[in-house]
Design a protein around this ligand. Structure first.
Ligand code: UD1
Ligand code: CA
Length: 464
C-alpha cells in the first residue's frame, strides 16, 4: 500500500564552523550547493511536497531555488532545536496524511535507494517513526541508538549520554520517516530538559514508544551516506565522494578517466563513449561532450557542447559555446561565451574567441583575438590577427567570407567585411571592406637604403 509522501529538509542551522558569510547549505560540493543535492534526492522520490525549513540568510537560499516551483519554504526563528524546526512545517503540512521523510540540508550523500527503503519500511510496519541508522567506528558527536532486547528504545544525544551509552557505535543519521498523522501532536510534547536546552527531534522515538506506537530503526549498509558537513574539511571530503560516484558512472558508461582522482566532473555533464579525459580536467554545468573526444590535462569546459572526435589540448578554457565534430583547440586557447566553432576547424595556441562563429575547416592557428565576428568556412587567419571590435563606446562586427586569407599580424577594424576568397596582406590595418576575390593591403611601403648599416658602422670606427 502506498500513501502520500512529503519531504521536509532542515536547513535553519547557522553553520558556525564553516566560518563563512555564505549559508552552509549553499557551499558547493562537486559543483552543486549542498541543499541542491538534498533536494534532488528528495525529488527522485516523487513526493507530493518538498518543504525546506530556513533560518539565517533565508533569502540567499530562496534565491537559489528561484526557478524551482516544487520547493516551498518555512522560516524557523529563533532556532530552538531540530524538533522545533520540524514543527514549523505544520503550517505547510498540517491536516495532511501519509509519510514525512525528513532530510538534513547539509547531508548530500543520501541515496534514493536508501530513502525508498526507509519509506517502505515505515509503511509496512505502520510505524510512527523509522530512524535511519549507521554503524560508525567513531560515533563521537552523534546521537546514539539505544536498543532494548534488540528493538529501538530511544536516542540519546552525545552530550546527554552516559559513558555506557557513549560506547554504542550505532548512531542516528538524522534521516527519518514519520507517520504524518501523529507527528505534530507528538512534536508539541517534546521537552527541553537536556544539555542544550533544545527541542530534540530524536526524542520523538521515546515519546511515540511511551504512547504505545510502533518505532523502528533501519541500518544503512553504507555509513558514508549519512555524512553531514560542519566544516570545510568535511565539505572537501564529501565533495570527493560525490566526484567518485560521478566518475564511476562515467567509466561504467565507457569514458576513460586517466586519473579519476583528478577528474572534476559535475553531475549534469554528459560524455560519450571512448572519450578520454586526462588529469585535472574540469567539466562543469550543463556540458555535453560527444564520443571519441580527447580532453588533455588542465582543460576547463563550462556549459558547452562538444561534438564527436573533438581534441582539446592542454589548458584550454571553453565557456557557453558549441564546438562541432573534429575540431581541434589549444593548447592555451580561450573560447568565451556565445561562440561556435565549425566542424574540423582549428583554433591554436594563445587564441581568444568571443561571440564569434567560425566556419567549417577554418584555421586560426596562433596568437589571435577574434571577437564579435562571423568567419566563413575554409578561412585562414594568420598569426597575430586581431579584430578591433571595440571603439571605446560600442562593439562592432567583423565578417570574413568563405576561403578568405588574412595575412599575419593584421588588424581588422570593425565594422568591416572581407569578401569571400579575398586576401589581406600581412601587417595590414584594414578599415575598409575588401571585395570578394580582391586584395586589401594597408601598411607603410618599405624603403631600402643600400649600404646604410655598413656606412654607419664605418663612421663609428673612424670616431674611435
Ligand atoms: C542531529 C541529531 C543527532 C544525529 C545527527 C546526525 C538532534 C538533536 N540530534 O545532531 O541525533 O546523530 O543530527 O547528523 O537532532 N536545524 C534547524 N533548526 C534548529 C537546529 C538544527 O533547522 O533549530 C537543522 C540544521 O541546520 C541541520 C539539522 O537540523 O541541517 C541537524 O542539526 P544539527 O545541529 O547539525 O544536529 P546535530 O547536533 O548534528
Ligand atoms: Ca549536524
Amino acid at each position: 500500500m502506498t500513501d502520500d509522501l512529503h519531504v521536509v529538509v532542515l536547513a535553519a542551522g547557522k553553520g558556525t564552523r564553516m566560518r563563512s558569510a555564505l549559508p552552509k547549505v549553499l557551499h558547493r560540493a562537486a559543483g552543486l550547493p549542498l541543499i541542491e543535492w538534498v533536494v534532488r534526492a528528495a525529488r527522485a522520490m516523487r513526493p507530493q511536497t518538498i518543504t525546506v525549513v530556513l533560518g539565517h540568510e533565508a533569502d540567499q537560499v530562496r534565491e537559489w531555488f528561484a526557478a524551482a516551483d516544487d520547493v516551498r519554504f518555512v522560516i524557523q526563528e529563533p532556532q530552538l532545536g531540530t524538533g522545533h524546526a520540524l514543527l514549523q512545517a505544520e503550517r505547510a503540512l498540517g491536516g495532511r496524511r501519509g509519510t514525512v521523510l525528513l532530510l538534513s540540508g547539509d547531508a548530500p550523500l543520501v541515496t534514493r535507494g536508501s530513502l525508498e527503503r526507509l519509506v517502505a519500511r515505515r509503511r509496512e510496519l505502520g510505524a510512527s517513526v523509522v530512524v535511519a541508522t549507521a554503524d560508525l567506528p567513531d560515533p563521537t558527536g552523534y546521537g546514539r541508538v539505544i536498543r532494548e532486547d534488540g528493538a529501538l528504545a530511544r536516542i540519546v544525544e552525545d552530550r546527554d549520554a552516559t559513558p555506557a551509552e557513549r560506547a554504542v557505535t550505532e548512531i542516528n543519521s538524522g534521516v527519518y520517516a514519520f507517520a504524518l498523522a501523529s507527528l505534530f501532536d507528538a512534536l508539541r510534547g517534546l521537552g527541553t530538559s537536556n544539555a542544550q536546552g533544545e527541542y530534540y527531534l530524536p526524542e520523538l522515538v521515546a515519546v511515540h514508544r511511551r504512547a504505545g506506537r510502533v518505532v523502528a530503526a533501519d541500518r544503512l549498509a553504507d555509513a558514508d551516506e549519512i555524512r553531514g558537513i560542519n566544516t570545510r574539511a568535511e565539505l572537501a571530503a564529501v565533495g570527493r565522494l560525490l566526484h567518485d560516484r560521478i566518475n564511476a558512472g562515467l567509466m561504467a558508461g565507457g569514458v576513460t578517466l586517466v586519473d579519476p582522482a583528478t577528474a572534476y566532473i559535475g553531475p549534469d555533464v554528459v560524455i560519450g563513449a571512448d572519450t578520454v579525459v586526462h588529469p585535472f580536467v574540469f567539466l562543469e554545468g550543463r556540458t555535453t561532450v560527444g564520443p571519441n573526444c580527447e580532453l588533455h590535462a588542465g582543460v576547463r569546459i563550462v556549459d558547452s557542447r562538444l561534438g564527436a572526435r573533438v581534441t582539446v589540448f592542454n589548458h584550454t578554457v571553453i565557456a557557453q559555446s558549441v564546438i562541432n565534430d573534429d575540431a581541434h583547440l589549444g593548447p592555451f586557447a580561450r573560447i568565451r561565451p556565445e561562440s561556435t566553432l565549425g566542424a574540423g576547424s582549428h583554433v591554436g595556441n594563445f587564441v581568444e574567441i568571443k561571440k564569434a562563429s567560425v566556419g567549417e575547416g577554418t584555421k586560426i592557428g596562433h596568437l589571435s583575438y577574434i571577437g564579435d565576428a562571423s568567419l566563413g568556412s575554409g578561412v585562414n587567419i594568420g598569426a597575430g590577427t586581431i579584430t578591433c571590435n571595440y571603439d571605446g563606446r560600442a562593439k562592432h562586427r567583423t565578417t570574413v567570407g568563405d576561403k578568405a586569407f588574412i595575412g599575419s599580424d593584421s588588424t581588422l577594424v570593425a565594422p568591416v567585411t572581407i569578401g569571400a576568397g579575398a586576401y589581406v596582406a600581412a601587417g595590414s590595418s584594414i578599415v575598409e571592406d575588401v571585395p570578394a576575390g580582391g586584395l586589401g593591403i594597408a601598411r607603410g611601403r618599405q624603403t631600402n637604403k643600400p649600404g646604410w648599416a655598413t656606412a654607419r658602422a664605418a663612421a663609428k670606427d673612424r670616431g674611435r
